[in-house]
Design a protein around this ligand. Structure first.
Ligand code: TRP
Length: 73
């Protein structure tokens, strides 16, 4: 499978304690990393060989090439 890892996504925490959770690529889908962000903190990340999905908990603004989306809270 050809996978392009060039694109970045940005998560901006709109509240304290936002979690950015990376899920593993491949057969086995599990959490492999949880990053905690406080209000105003920003994480800039890519999808990688190890990370194929990201779950975001808490109030945050997510920016991708597809647009901007806010989590509901
Ligand atoms: N070591 C992880 C990886 O290379 C770091 C990482 C990249 C990550 N993107 C992420 C962790 C998104 C959490 C969420 O895959």
């Amino acid at each position: 499978m050809e996978t392009n890892h060039n694109d970045y996504f940005i998560v901006k925490a709109m509240d304290n304690g936002v979690q950015v959770i990376g899920l593993t690529r491949g057969q086995d889908t599990r959490f492999h990393h949880t990053e905690k962000l406080d209000k105003g903190e920003v994480m800039i990340a890519q999808f990688t060989d190890h990370t194929s999905a990201v779950k975001i908990r808490g109030k945050a603004k997510i920016m991708t090439k597809y647009g901007v989306i806010d989590t509901e809270e």
